[in-house]
Design a protein around this ligand. Sequence first.
Ligand code: PEP
Ligand code: MG
Length: 539
Amino acid sequence: MVKFVGTPASGGLTLAKIKIVNRRIAGFKRVVLAPHREKALFDAAIILAKDEIKTLMENSSKDHRDILNFQVMMLDDNGLKTMVYNHIDQREGAAHSVELAMEEYCARVKAINDGYLSLRTSDIRDALTRVIDILDGKNRERFKLTEPCVVVADEILPSDLASIDRKYAMGFITAAGSYHDHANIIARTMGIPSVCCVDSEILNPLNDSRQVALDGYTGEIFIVPNEATVALFHHKMKREQRDSVMLDKIRQSKVVAPDGQEVKIYANCNDPKDITLAINNGAEGIGLVRSEILFMSTVYDLSLASQIRFYSECIRAAKDKEITIRTFDIGADKPLERLQLEKEPNPALGMRGVRLMYTHREIFETQIEALLVAADRCGQINVMLPMVAVESDITDYFTMVEEVKERLLKEGIIARDRINWGVMIETPAAALISGSLAKYVNFFSIGTNDLTQYVMAADRINTNAARYFDSHHPAVVKLIEMVVQNANRYDIKVSVCGESAADFESAKTYIEKGVRCLSMAQNAMLPVKQYLLDAFAPN
Ligand code: PEP
Ligand code: MG
């Protein structure tokens, strides 16, 4: 038995035979023709490559189609064509010219230093390798599987996955690749175990057809596993099967309140990747995106362009499900070095959340612009304001929104307003005047972390005061009930997005008080759902 350890890229366990697919086979002799003939060969190869990719798209999922569609568009890029033609004019053959242009093109994309575009380099390589293979007359169906096996390859590209027969693909092991590349994203959505960044020794042809035990959770790989390892894998696989049947059942079930109304379970998320995971894990919507993450991110920044990209990616990741983005909630327990906030004796009672619009107007204006543009381009969103205590928090903020919107409409930057506005109810004042606040907005989202802190006069991060920080306290529950009644009276939606939504007993109480949407950390969704299904099961 030989053990390798790589980076876990898609969970799952498998025991199967290895099929080695090594793309980096030594080159063979290429004959170089006159430039005009090499150019004609290149043009024909592009047409054929696009046709092949379009055929792959026909049987692909929506995500996968988007990726392949990008590849087709990239093959039409005139910049790329010019690069290839320039090399051909230097008397390089068409295939080698594409190889050279591919490296230049990928280097340019990488230089833009954009996390999203960097991911796209694997798509660029995928599409151009297809063109090179066509020019070299190589088989593009390396991934045609005829029996169940674990594919061991130097790398797996998105179009390889489109041609793969799912019933034979038991797992992937790659020497290159990364957790975030598209092939692994797709492997995860297909539920195929995958381990990447494995020592290239694994590609040794002697390993072909040998048995392998692959653990996509830990990244462990055992070639020719001994009896004990095989027995352990059988045991783990049986347990996994039992768990996954049960979790799938929970994921697909609907929680129904005693009055017959459905209760939605949403996820709280930080970024597009989080959102994708949550949606795949059964989230029925995204109830809270904490946009202040932009102040800490290494992938995004606070510039208008970066914010538009962030919100657009969040909306797309939510895949037509309802998504609620919260405007920057900075200050108090979320101090940020990048923003020079004035030192205050009681920061939790000072300038935080929406209140900062009075001192940092330009930051909020940029955020409003980015949200309006992203919604206009990518779809309807909910946006909510944190830390509201008085009506003028909303009216002053909305004045700013109107000014930004008017300018964007006038300049033709947006064609319409696709934002539904809401407020977080997280101060006792907001809860008590929720009847008045309802007229300004379309929804309430109850932030029980802060609501408990302010109702109970117990600092949420002070462990000495932890016994007072009790979201089950009748005072907190009474206010929540009041907010729900006001929301119902004025016919607006209400949800709970604080941590207590993931507390079994609290979740049950909120539903009994009329809440029909709970938003929580995604790993809490299924356990909470399971508890509620049992709690409200018809007798
Ligand atoms: C809350 O206060 O309950 C909440 C969801 O917001 P945060 O924890 O980010 O303050
Ligand atoms: Mg809060």
